[in-house]
Design a protein around this ligand. Structure first.
Ligand code: SOE
Length: 381
């Protein structure tokens, strides 16, 4: 008999759907001791919530997150709301002894993130932050290659996270999905929304970032509000951000992100150059990892394009037969499976709130470097 674990999900947007799918699928593909139960979904708009809950099989609904957090029949609070609600919900959930799942970025800023960490540490509840890209098999293979020390000394890290959906000046800000353009709801623009992914991946693969020097730009200075189209307000998020990095291990890096790269829909890439080898990944070609090994016979040297679908590749023994690729939604299922496994073994799940706070601290340093036009040393403590 599997142990039931009752989920309370807050937010029914893009991430609410991705997580609901993970809860429904995980036990079909992974042999686990725990079984998530889609116990209650929560959002303010009851009519839309009912449709969402019915579609995904949520057993009940709540329109007030405080009520959901107060329910005795809920084990996990999963936060898929705009970033400005993460702080209060995560702390209330931890205080009630619930397991906390939180969408990225952890919070609006590192001060809020620090409060959340304090609350989960105080009650000792298990926790997870949904940096799902770590669970792309090709990125997990990159981590395996780094752990096997095939690159030797690392010199360079080069990351890009590019999209193009805000180029049109008529895209409004605020409200469903577009809260990402409203600084009061999101905290920042591409830095928290996209570069947080790149920073999380980079620190996982290379180690902690020592210092950063950044530039940000807001190309469209004002936008109308989605929920009140007659009102126009200044845009306070960073539309684009680029920064230089020094890692604590001496490697240097460049990071670039924008929502104004025409033709780039969700291009999340990185390249690592080491003394003996290099690796390169592009989410728009997600099932492949590029690998160059200087140890190959010189007449055969060249970039290998590894199709990461074999049974010995990370996660792939849970899915289809070699050559059959998996997609975006599977990264959330893989993450959930790892978390449920960690509940059984007692091992720390990674990334948890403590690690996500470090990413948040780097994001804050990036934004303050851009503001002050100076290098910033990242202060993790
Ligand atoms: C923004 O467009 C967004 O949906 C991010 O919020 C996600 O984290 C990213 O993975 C895809 O793009």
């Amino acid at each position: 008999m599997k142990k039931k674990i009752n989920i309370g999900l807050i937010g029914y947007g893009f991430m609410g759907r991705a997580h609901s799918n993970a809860y429904r699928r995980v036990n079909q593909f992974f042999d686990l001791d725990y079984e998530p139960v889609l116990k209650a979904a929560c959002a303010r708009k009851e009519d839309k919530l009912k449709v969402f809950a019915q579609n995904w099989g949520w057993k009940s609904i709540e329109t007030d997150w405080k009520k959901l957090v107060g329910r005795d029949d809920i084990d996990v609070i999963d936060i898929c709301t705009p970033n400005n609600l993460h702080h209060d919900i995560a702390i209330a959930a931890a205080e009630k002894g619930k397991i906390v799942f939180c969408e990225k970025p952890l919070a609006m800023n590192a001060t809020e993130g620090g409060d959340i960490l304090k609350a989960v540490k105080k009650t000792g509840v298990a926790n997870l932050v949904w940096f799902n890209y770590r669970r792309v098999p090709a990125i997990a293979l990159a981590k395996q290659i780094m752990n096997e020390d095939r690159l030797g000394r690392v010199f360079h890290y080069r990351a890009k996270y590019l999209q193009d959906w805000t180029i049109n000046v008529d895209v409004p800000q605020g409200g469903a999905t577009l809260w990402r353009l409203d600084a009061d709801a999101a905290g920042s623009g591409v830095t928290g929304d996209l570069l947080a992914h790149s920073i999380d991946t980079a620190m996982w693969l290379i180690g902690e970032i020592d210092s950063v020097c950044a530039i940000t730009e807001t190309f469209v200075k004002e936008r109308k509000l989605q929920e009140d189209p007659n009102t126009v307000k200044p845009v306070k998020i960073d539309d684009a951000c680029a920064f230089l990095v020094k890692f604590k291990n001496g490697a240097i890096g460049t990071f670039e992100s924008t929502r104004y790269a025409r033709g780039r829909k969700n291009q999340n890439t990185f390249e690592v150059n080491g003394e003996n080898a290099s690796i390169c990944f592009d989410l728009e070609d997600a099932h492949r990892l590029q690998y160059f090994d200087h140890g190959d016979d010189s007449h055969l040297q060249g970039w290998r394009s590894i199709l990461v679908t074999d049974f010995e590749h990370p996660y792939m023994d849970h899915w289809w037969v070699p050559g059959c690729v998996i997609g975006y939604e599977h990264t959330f299922i893989n993450a959930l499976a790892d978390f449920l496994m960690s509940l059984k073994t007692g091992e720390k799940y990674s990334p948890d709130i403590e690690e996500a706070l470090k990413t948040q601290v780097v994001c804050d340093a990036v934004l303050s470097s851009a503001k002050n036009k100076s290098w910033e040393i990242v202060q993790y403590e």
